[in-house]
Every structure is written in C-alpha cells, then in structure tokens.
Design a protein around this ligand. Sequence first.
Ligand code: ATP
Ligand code: MG
Length: 456
Amino acid sequence: MATIFICDDELEILRYLDKLLQASGYEVETFSRGTDLLMRLGSADGMPCDVLLQDVRMPDLDGLQMLDQLCKRWPDIPVIIMTAHGTIDDAINAIKLGAYDYITKPFPKEKLLGMLERLLDHRRLAKENKLLREGMQRGNGSSDAIVFRSKAFRDVYDLTLQVAESDANILIMGESGTGKELIAGALHRNSPRRDKPFVSLNCAALSDTLLESQLFGHVRGAFTGAVMNQKGLLEEADGGTMFLDEIGDVSPAVQAKLLRVTQEKDFIVLGSTRTRKVDVRFVAATNKDLMHEIREGRFREDLYYRLNVISINLPPLRERRDDIEPLARHFLSASTRRMKKEVRGIDDDAMQSLIQYDWPGNVRELENVMERAVILARDGVITTALLPLGARREPLPPPSGATPQLPLDQIERQHITAILKESGFHKSRAAEILGISRKTLDRKIVEYNLTLKEGM
Ligand SMILES: Nc1ncnc2c1ncn2[C@@H]1O[C@H](COP(=O)(O)OP(=O)(O)OP(=O)(O)O)[C@@H](O)[C@H]1O
Ligand SMILES: [Mg+2]
C-alpha cells in the first residue's frame, strides 16, 4: 500500500484529503507545518512515503524554498504541489525546482486520484525496468532479477546491497522458498569479491563424511571410497564467497570444524595433517530458528555468532502481499517466453485469488503455480480455474487399478514427486507428510535428481 504525506496549513483541506485518500486505500500522514514535515522526513529511515502532496504557500516556511530542500535531500520522493487558482507562476517554478506535478485548488477528487494512480504506476514500472536491466547486466538474462514492490522487501534489498560491500559473514533466515539463495547470490555479485568464485553447498543433502570431504577435500585413502585426492569447495571458493545452504542441518561434529575455519581461516584436508589457509566470506542460510536450535543443544552458539555477524531476515510472502502481483507477472512472462506461449495476462479474479492466498511455499510456490497455469492456459489469459490454490491440501485419491509392476525405488521416487507437487514444493510440509526429516527429503531429492518445479 502506498503512503502519502500531505502538508497544508488549512486544517479543513488536510482533513478532507486525509479522508479521501484513506478511503481510496492509501496510508496517509498529515502535517500542518512545513517544519513538522521536515522533521518527520529527517528522522525516518529510508523513504517514509511514496508521494508528498504539498501546498505551495506555507505560513512557517516559504513553500518553494521548502520544495527546493525536499528535492535535494529526498530526490526519490515525488512531490505534487497544490497551488491556488490563478498562481500559475508558482506551479511553473515548482516544476522547475523538481516537483513531479502540480494541481490547482480547488480540484475534483477524481483528478487527484487519477494523478496519484498514474504516478505510482509509472514509478513501479520504472523500478521494475531498472531491476530487469540490473538482471540483464549481470549477464544471466532476467532469471536472476529480484522482483518486489513491498516496503518490507525493499528494506531487505537495501540492507543486502549495503552489507554486500563489507566482508562480514552473513546469515540469511527465512521460510522455505522466500528467496534466500537469490539474496545470497546478490550479496556476492555486489561485493568486492564479485570476480572470484561463488561456491554453493547444500549442507542438508549430504551425510557427514560427504559434507566434510566436499568442504575440506580429501587425500587418497582418507576414507573408504576416497580413491584419489580431491580439492575441497573451500579451496575452490578462495578469494570469493562460500554459501552454506541449510546450515541448521549441519551435525555438531561438522559445526566444530566449520567454527575453526571461520575463526582461524584455515582447515585440514581429510586424511592429511597439513593445514591450508583460505580467504572466504561465508554466507549461510537456514529456515530453522537457530536460537531455538541453540537452546535445544543442536547448534553451537559460538558458530552462530561467527556466521551471524549480520543477519538478513526474509519475510514470508503472505506478510508482503504487495509483491505478489509483480512476482506473478514476472513469472508469467518468464514462463511464456520459455514455453513460447501466447499468454496475455492474468484476469482480475485470478489476481485477487493470488493476492489473497497464503503461500505456505512462498515465492517458489508462486513460481510453480504460474508455470503450471501457463502450461494449462488455452485461451491466452490466466483465470482462477487454472490456479489450484488451496485445493492441493486434499488427501491423495486412493490408488486404483492393478498394482504397478515397479521396483521399490521407482515407487518411492514417484511418491515423493507427487507429495512435493501437492505441497506446492514446500519441502518442510512434504517431509512432514512423508514422515521423514527435512534432511532425508533433501538427500532423496538429490539422489533421485528431482527438480523442485512443476512438470518434473
Ligand atoms: N524476489 C524474487 N524475485 C524473483 N524471483 C524470486 C524472488 N524470490 C524468490 N524467487 C524465486 O523463487 C524460487 C525460490 O527462491 P530461493 O531458492 O532463493 O528460496 P530459498 O529461500 O532458498 O528456498 P529453500 O528454503 O526452499 O531453499 C527461485 O526460483 C527464485 O528464483
Ligand atoms: Mg534455498
């Protein structure tokens, strides 16, 4: 929801605009003095409003001087100036100083509402285009583009860019599918280490021995099956970023070894006695509540503080519903492009359902829902009928017909695939239904080479 600040010394007008804009779905804050407004803006973090409506004549400050200050200090806040009838010079001067537009009092409410709507739309598009361009500059097409509109996610993104430049270890927390890996990539690409490797390891999918040998490497004969020397991922990541995904699933034994790397910046290759120096920045991610894991004795507090120099919390999608629409459109166009289909858009009902749904599987679930809808769409528009929202909680139909003549592992693969789909690719929920741990599920996903996508 967009926030609008209004500054006018006529209380009557303030009250009228306050009511009008709130009724139209905006958040509103009113100020009767220019100094109050400047104080409010000055003490806010980031951008506290999306639009500022300002009367050009203020008793305590010269309106145009104030506008000049506003445009210099907060160039990202568009200002609409309200002028009195017959003072066109004020309006022209205001535009020259950097006001976005002006409106002459008295005005019909439709005029103001239309102006606000266009302005906000325009800015949203400009922002999306900017993000798309950023995505393309990275050379990976738009697949890496980070799409959002909500204030909550903008704060996360701003923090990401801000902390990317430091060398501090970072812990990314958030529910499954909220974009933790995406943010990890953005941290690396925006860091001074961007020209060095970004190495990613899913800690949950591997047994202890494999995890250690992946991380630290091993020499021949270090353990059964180690038939030749293998370089560890930490060495591969030297100079760059090491992304430890699902850090909450690492065993205490491996945690101890990780602690050493984070403290001493060196490690021992499995089966050897030599220590090796590395220079890596750690970014770790988890969907577990690590404080809870610490209290339960499953996660080392010292390692937690080593990794969590700065933490980034990704809010679940249901707490930033403003992002649903741009994300849905983004995934729609990505899918139509990939599948070379002519899907024109999403109808209003369908968009409403998308916005109202609770998204337990977060952005990944939305991505899958859109992809599925594009596959099923015939007449070129996405309708509610193409969205299986909520329906997938129903129990599986009982098996029918003859027993399939399949080996056990095939049955297991098919069953896991089906449950993953029905849970909207929400891994924790799928694991719960299957009665196995999230870690086991991750391992099976790797083992059976399952992709977390519709159509797998
Ligand atoms: N803001 C966003 N803009 C565009 N795509 C997004 C955004 N957030 C997430 N995605 C997409 O959603 C999917 C899930 O994101 P990601 O893998 O980063 O989540 P995750 O938090 O690591 O999930 P998990 O806990 O299940 O590993 C990915 O395909 C990612 O590209
Ligand atoms: Mg992930």
